[in-house]
Write a protein that binds this ligand. Structure first.
Ligand code: ADP
Length: 570
């Protein structure tokens, strides 16, 4: 750039020099010729006026003229061109001069001049001729002197040109530096900004370059703001993608993954997956690949659900730019396993609960039908007593069922209170008292070891409920002559209640499910002995609510041990 500017400046200087030198040279040269011609014309006129008729002494004239140098030659020519006298040669030897340019011109207009090589001497000569009407007096001077003058002039002009050129070079160098400095600063700044240093600002001078630098800085400001905005948006987007409890994948039209979040990797069982990978290479899930393909070709949103080791649901949506052109597809993958399981549990619960409620109701309605039957002797106290007893028992069962369902929903919805406190030993003693009658009826011996007081962070009423459910089960699923042992002890920072029986025991395959609502190992036995099917579900939820643990061990035919441990009240 600098070289170019320098060369340009030098070219301008050179051109100016050449033009100026040429003009000056030509002007001075013309001036010199004109001056000489004018002087010679004056001299020629004077000589002609002073010349008498006849043959003047041109040699004396020439000698007078050349007294101080000058190299003049004097020629006198008659009106018809004959050379009358010449200071440089013998007049008789000279040819007729009528055709000479200067003579012709003088005869025509009174004076004439010409610049040419002398035919006589071969040296360039300036000829000036004047006429008095009859004769022509011609003065000539060797042009060599004028030439010498011209040469000197040329050398002077060239010398001056060289000097001024050198000065112009130095000035141009300084000027180009001065002019280019802001451009250099601009170029440097633009380079830094282009490399990503958006905080760099170009120094602003109060000139045109300064305005350009200001524009540049404004542009860098806007660019850095836009980049900041873009970065913030990207960070927000990444945060959303990381936090969202769903897998998100974006695939472009070429099938290349342009976005994938950790949840998507987890749900699709991928150890790693990078943006830029081919979707088909990354994902092995046929349904997901199909879904993406369908949306890419149709541009329509779709939903797909499939089951692998879990239930996955994916929703696809086309990605469109402002003009509505499809650019790819985004896939949102959700794990529906828990939800589908809950839905199944809920529907199972509804159908179980309906069934459980229907059974005693049907029995009660059956009794009512029987009593309404005209053929049945309602006055018979035995029949009446039986009917009432059935209705009472079924009513009681209904009540127990409803109360257990309510209790379960209360435990699930109400939070544990921080200031709740209860004595586990007192609760077990109270529960044993409540179960006592039933135990005697079934000939099962209760062995209670809960004398001391052990406080835990749960209300005593709920502790009693836990203990009573476990004791009732231990008595209910037992044989006459069987035993139930209930012990409360302290183990570190926990209170542990163990209810053991030597009753029927639970088959191993049923063990994981006995705490489910309405799950029973032996349906008839459980119902007939008054169980609602919710006892252990209530125990499990209560224990969990109070940060406790429930452990069940059992062997079919040998008995079961239910152990509840709860954090001690501190
Ligand atoms: P239920 O009201 O039917 O007793 P639970 O939820 O209390 O309901 O118990 C669920 C099932 O677990 C019972 O139906 C029974 O089959 C089994 N079970 C509970 N406790 C015992 C136990 N101590 N011995 C044998 N089986 C038991």
């Amino acid at each position: 750039m600098r070289r170019k500017v320098l060369l340009l400046l030098m070219a301008v200087a050179l051109l100016t020099e050449a033009l100026l030198g040429g003009v000056v040279y030509l002007f001075v040269r013309g001036f010199l010729v004109d001056q000489s011609a004018a002087r010679m014309e004056d001299m020629a006129r004077l000589l002609l006026q002073s010349a008498e008729t006849g043959e003047p002494d041109v040699d004396a004239w020439a000698a007078a003229l050349n007294a101080r140098g000058g190299g003049y030659r004097v020629t006198l020519v008659s009106g018809d061109g004959e050379v009358l006298a010449d200071s440089g040669a013998e007049a008789g030897d000279m040819e007729n001069h009528l055709e000479r340019e200067e003579v012709q011109e003088a005869l025509r207009s009174g004076e004439g001049q010409a610049l040419r090589d002398s035919e006589t001497t071969g040296v360039p000569q300036l000829y000036v001729a004047v006429t008095d009407g009859e004769r022509v007096l011609r003065l000539s001077q060797s042009f060599a002197q004028i030439r010498a003058l011209q040469r000197t002039l040329l050398l002077t002009v060239l010398g001056t040109a060289l000097l001024t050129l050198a000065a112009a070079w130095a000035l141009s160098l300084a000027a180009s530096r001065h002019v280019l400095r802001p451009i250099e600063a601009l170029r440097h700044g633009a380079g830094r900004i282009a490399e990503g240093d958006l905080s760099y600002r170009i120094p602003e001078q109060p000139d045109e370059m300064g305005a350009l630098a200001r524009d540049f800085n404004d542009m860098a400001d806007k660019l850095s703001r836009a980049l900041r905005h873009e970065r913030t948006q990207r960070a927000q987007m990444q945060a959303v993608l990381r936090a969202i409890p769903a897998g998100v994948l974006a695939v472009d039209r070429a099938g290349v993954v342009s976005q994938i979040n950790p949840e998507a990797l987890r749900l699709l069982g991928l150890r790693s997956g990078r943006v830029g990978e081919k979707f088909g290479d990354l994902v092995r899930d046929g349904q997901l690949l199909d879904l993406a393909r369908r949306t890419l070709s149709s541009g329509q949103s779709e939903t797909e659900e499939w089951t692998t080791d879990r239930v996955l649901q994916a929703v696809s949506a086309p990605i469109r730019d402002e003009s509505g052109t499809d650019m790819g597809v985004v896939l949102i993958v959700s794990d529906m396993t828990q939800m589908r399981r809950l839905e199944q549990l809920r529907s199972e619960f509804v159908s179980n609960a309906t069934h459980e409620l229907k059974t005693p109701l049907t029995a009660i309605r059956g009794c009512i039908e029987t009593l309404r039957d005209p053929e049945v002797d309602t006055a018979d106290p035995q029949i009446l007593g039986e009917m009432l007893e059935i209705m009472d028992a079924q009513g009681e069962r209904l009540q127990a069922l409803i109360s257990d369902m309510l209790e379960l929903s209360r435990i699930e919805s109400a939070p544990a209170l921080a200031d709740e406190r209860g004595d586990l030993c007192a609760a077990v003693r109270e529960a044993a008292r409540a179960v006592g009658v039933q135990a005697v009826k079934r000939e099962v011996a209760l062995h209670i070891d809960a004398d001391a007081a052990l406080f835990v962070g749960a209300s005593e009423e709920r502790l009693r409920r836990v203990a009573q459910n476990l004791l009732e089960n231990a008595v209910r699923y037992n044989r006459p002559g069987g035993n139930v042992w209930a012990t409360v002890r302290r183990a570190g920072a926990r209170a542990v209640l163990a209810v053991r029986d030597d009753g029927l025991g639970i088959p191993e395959k049923d063990l994981p499910r006995v705490c489910e609502r309405f799950y029973r190992v032996d349906k008839d036995r459980s119902r007939n002995s008054g169980g609602t099917g919710l006892g252990l579900a209530i125990v499990k939820h209560l224990v969990r609510r109070y940060d406790g643990e429930l452990d069940i061990r059992s062997k079919l035919g040998e008995g079961s041990t239910f152990t509840v441990s709860l954090p001690l009240w501190t």
